[in-house]
Design a protein around this ligand. Structure first.
Ligand code: SF4
Length: 236
């Protein structure tokens, strides 16, 4: 028996930022925070968005109404999270947004490469978290085997030619060598736009995260010679 349209699952949204200039490079964007994530990153500061079963904070229909009124005023809509690709309603939501003429951006940790592959034709820009080398993921996410998907997602996005920013939030106990090893692997994988982000321990899921031993600017100096076109340091 097929589902009636009223039963088609709608995107579950935990929050909306109506206007930002910093979440999609060079564009005025709205950010839709999708509910749910299967990982438990020690530094996650969006823990309210983790529960995939939480009530939706804003009905998708409301988001659509809002976006319809912003046609011509906004350039892009970014789907962030949580982990947007967890939700099967995401492709339809993206199609609706594209039909309004907005560019579509995605912030993802890349855990589901096969789902991501089906989204790529709908995407104008992706920010992909690469949290560690594949073997280093469980230490960050708390989930065994979580490192394979993101690195496969990286190759898929690159092969599709979708504009990409790779991002790493720095674990506070990382040494310059840890960062250098990861960044060198990304440079070898032909990542060209790379952003490192300071870990905000005061909002982190794990209350026992240590204070960072080095300032992010000091760490950035260790990777400044790598062949990135853009190396972005986010210290907020
Ligand atoms: S993948 Fe992102 S949303 Fe999920 S736990 Fe990690 S930091 Fe939080």
């Amino acid at each position: 028996m097929g589902m009636s349209s009223a039963e088609v699952p709608q995107l579950r949204v935990g929050g909306l930022v109506p206007l930002t200039t910093i979440d999609y490079p060079g564009e005025l964007a709205a950010v839709v925070f999708c509910q749910g994530c299967a990982w438990r990153c020690r530094y996650c500061h969006n823990s309210a968005l983790m529960d995939p079963k939480a009530d939706t904070a804003i009905a998708w229909a409301e988001i659509i109404n809002f976006l319809e009124r912003r046609r011509g005023l906004l350039d892009a809509v970014v789907f962030s999270g949580g982990e947007p690709t967890l939700q099967s309603a995401l492709p339809d939501a993206m199609r609706e947004v594209r039909a309004f003429g907005f560019k579509v951006g995605l912030h993802t940790a890349g855990p589901y490469p096969r789902r991501l592959a089906t989204l790529l034709p709908l995407l104008d820009w992706v920010a992909l978290d690469i949290k560690a080398l594949p073997q280093g993921y469980p230490e960050v996410t708390g989930v065994a085997g979580s490192g394979e998907g993101p690195w496969r997602s990286l190759r898929l996005i690159q092969d599709a030619g979708v504009p990409l920013e790779v991002r790493t939030t720095l674990m506070p106990n990382w040494t310059p060598k840890d960062l250098e090893t990861l960044a060198a692997a990304l440079a070898r994988a032909r990542v060209r736009r790379y952003a490192i982000q300071a870990c905000r321990i005061q909002h982190a899921l794990d209350p026992d995260l240590p204070r960072p031993t080095l300032q992010i600017q000091e760490l950035a100096a260790f990777i400044s010679a790598l062949p990135f076109n853009d190396l972005i340091v986010r210290d907020d």
